[in-house]
Design a protein around this ligand. Sequence first.
Ligand code: ADP
Ligand code: G6P
Length: 728
Amino acid sequence: MNKTIIVSNRLPLQVSIHDNSLKVSPSVGGLATGMKSVHSEGNGIWVGWSGIPENELNPELSREVQNKIKKEKCVSVPLTSQDIEEYYEGFSNRALWPLFHYFMEYTNFEQKEWEAYKRVNEKFAEVVIDNLNDGDTVWVHDYQLLLLPQLIKEKKPNTTIGFFLHIPFPSYEIFRTFPWREEILTGMLGADLLGFHTYDYERHFLSSVKRILRLDVNFNEINFHDRIIKVDSFPMGIDYSKFHNAALKHHSDSYEKSELRTRLEEHLVDDKKLILSIDRMDYTKGIPNRIKAFEYFLDTYPQYKEKVRLVMLAVPSRSNVPQYQKLKRETDELVGRINGKFATVSWTPIWYFYRSLPFENLIDLYISSDVALITPIRDGMNLVAKEYVATRTHGNGVLILSEMAGASKEMNEALLINPNSYEDFAASLNTALTMPLNEQETRIKLLQKRLKRYDVEKWAEEFLKALKKTKEVTSNNITKKLTSEYESALIEDFKSKKKRLLLLDYDGTLVGFKDNPQDASPDEELYKLLDSLQEKATVVLISGRDKATFQKWFGDKSYNLVTDHGIWIYQNNKWTALERVKTDWMQNLQPILETFVDRTPGTFIETKKYSLAWHYRTADPELAKTRTLELNTVLTSMVSNNGLSILQGNKVIEIKSSNVNKGRVVNRLLLEEDYDFISILGDDWTDEYMFEEAPDSAYTIKVGFTKTKAKYQVKDAEQVRELLKKLI
Ligand code: ADP
Ligand code: G6P
């Protein structure tokens, strides 16, 4: 039976050593708490780190850890103290985490930590592959494992891989500062489906893919070699019934109240109120800001003194990382200062807990609080906000939520605030504390309805459904991928026949694209390959390049050359014009193209003898898209009356005489000789003319996976060369 392998840095359980024996506790954080219920229902396994360095365990304890983990359907990836320091505390939490949360001043890029990040991602890949059977699905999670999808795809290309990012994906302007940005994006693109919490994160990611990797993106699909990768947003939900039912149980008469709940209720007499905040102790959560804003609130609305209390639970997190230590010190000081400033003999404004509490206590906090104050500076989603709403079984309660949390996109009925504005903060707190009960109920009900319907199970189901569909669509789409049967037939036929013709386009077919066409000159390997092929067949290089360039590159060779899309032919060391074309239109069009160059940085004009080409490969992709539409409109009205046509090449628009095309050359060559083997290879729109004119018996191959009349498709120029080498 096929299974799903969940992979994340942290397992849902954490192992630690206390007095020489093992202690197992649940992990905190949205990823672990959310995925836990998805995992417990299915037949899959969860691969991750146990929370303990492998080198601190003797063989006996190590076996014990494995057993405890195995019981929970988990498999551990052994990490050393050095891995943890460099990959987890270092690269993951001192480079990726702050950068992705827009805390640029906290980011620290260290080559050594990047090496560790790669090394540990490879360790994860090994464990996943060891546990992988054909037909299994792998679902990789979060920023600690951004390279993993590609590492698995390389070794197991047929595996269906999903990836979900639990934190924000920053805007291109932030992401581009990252020294290893290409590697990170390529690593992620090993997945077949990439999921984000919100549409904003999705579009930031796509923008980086377009600008940094320069890949073609159609709506939310990325063309990457021979694969189509889908990107979508799936806002993560919570295990709604678990929280809701726990709250119902805590409210029932027979339930014995905990000490914490009793203490909380002691405060809730007369018109006194509790305000709750729960977070991991993380600088993204805006804890110091919240405390200062609470001070501002008490100063601005003094009537609330002795009436309200902020219960603040901060769960220890990543406490070996210096910024987290600094935050802890700052929080301690602030709480001390504000409590000192306002406290009376019977009241302290802030109750501050720095510890992890058991689930039942968490429920006590949720159900006892009139207001939840969830105000991160930046947060991928924030599940605490959703959990608070789910536990409001009496329908009362107000959620104040930061606009900077992903959850705010789907929780419009909360009071949404900008956490950087103390005024906004204080006014919302006042609104929350005075909100009529019926309004509270209306808001909570609407919020609950959505959370109940789109719970974490539904979220996982939707993601896995989309993943399955993506895989099906991808494999159906590329039905023309070169098969080994077709390749063998081509090679056999080539060897058995006598009069062979090879028609080869140049750019994109024999050499990869360069930013500037002048840089794509032939290399030694290519010369050697073509020389050997020429001994066995008539080789024709057929290109949109101009005569002078090909003369310079191939003038001393015996292959045939066709340049300028079919105007000139070079045979038997002699150039002949195949078509007579006018060029007087060029001086009229040149200034128009120049205005486009002026307004579109990164573009330039290539002036050929018989045509003009506007290249936009290095332009901003969004701007280039707008400009190509604009240019096409301008050109369409001008070209038709002048016997010209517009060619849409690969990141280039070319204007040339309409009575010239590569297809006409194919016809002419076929009339000249009676070839018994013909193969045509090309990558571009202009090569489609050749495929159209090719006889049925010809072997036609397109480079790249866009729509084509060719019979088969290959990935890139490298694959073309591999194929051609097999002919000699
Ligand atoms: P993050 O993922 O950044 O930590 P979230 O709000 O998305 O933030 O997730 C926090 C998760 O951790 C929630 O599911 C919450 O219930 C859980 N959690 C918070 N505090 C505790 C605690 N003291 N003990 C156990 N789980 C906790
Ligand atoms: C966030 C991250 C998770 C991480 C969690 C707890 O939710 O998205 O990947 O597991 O915080 O952090 P920790 O460093 O303790 O795993």
